[in-house]
Design a protein around this ligand. Sequence first.
Ligand code: MRU
Length: 345
Amino acid sequence: MDKTIWWEQTTHSIHYIDETVLPGKLLISECCHPDELIEAIKRLAIRGAPALGVAGGFGVALVASRSNCTELQLILEDIGEWAEKIKTARPTAVNLSWGVSRVMNALTPARSPDEVRFLAVEEAVKIAAEDADICHRIGDVGFDLIPDGCSVLTHCNAGGLACSEWGTALGVIRTAHKNGKWISVYACETRPLLQGARLTAWELDRDDIDVTVITDSTAAYLMRQGKIDLVIVGADRITNDAVFNKIGTYMHAVCAHYHKIPFYVAAPVSTFDFLNNENSITIEERSRDELAYCGEHLVVPDCVKVKNYAFDATPLSLISAIITEKGILKPPYDISKLKETDVIC
Ligand code: MRU
């Protein structure tokens, strides 16, 4: 799998796979200005929680590298203003603000604008490298949960395209596949932007992992027919009481619970939000046109209202296990354990 997002030191810019044009085209685009980064995040050219964490870090590096301020105080103010704009480009995935804050914190020892530039790029590049390593560790920790010959349902895209590479939920599937297990994946298309049909299917097919795309509403019936052995998804934020992920995740979790099918979440520790509960989180609502148009065709009458939530929240009580790079969390969940110890199995 190629890298999804990376820093080009020669041009002081962010390069990324533009996910809006896959699977038709593998297009590498560039952000040379923080406005371009914010725009790429908003239109989901860069997307997926861990990739947003990396993008947030690179965003601070971009502002620092491009700033021609010659005074320490001024460059820090410049970065501070942009940091707020980047953090709020999308509200639900905690990783975006996490990535921005981590690079901002790394600037504390800087004594000159040049040191700020150096430290910002250094920390952002480190986040990207760590993210790849963390995804591989999530795969290593979780692949035992995937039996040989099983049939797995996944929703949205929690693959390499949602991270800097390898993926979280798809990382677990990839590692199982690499270890010789045969796995058949049902990828929910993921209305309305089709991350499952366009991205998950593209990634798995490239890796020769058996994949079948279904409509989101087919999942329950496949479960009823006994054709799904387990569900595995990623996460955009895990609070003390719920997992936030792509809209439709809750529906699959309820159905899996009813059919007594394990429901796993794979996510890095950076996705945990130890400070909040479900009720305090903003769920992103996206534009009417994403629902009202299918390509160029109007599919909802002009005068009719739409509701276009990008994410939903699934209570932890419906989740069989959370796979992190530090180990596997099982019910009853005590999220605070993650802060206390390195191994949580
Ligand atoms: O709106 P998106 O495409 O950014 O939503 C992404 C998801 O919901 C993913 O499942 C989540 O970020 C986990 S990615 C490893």
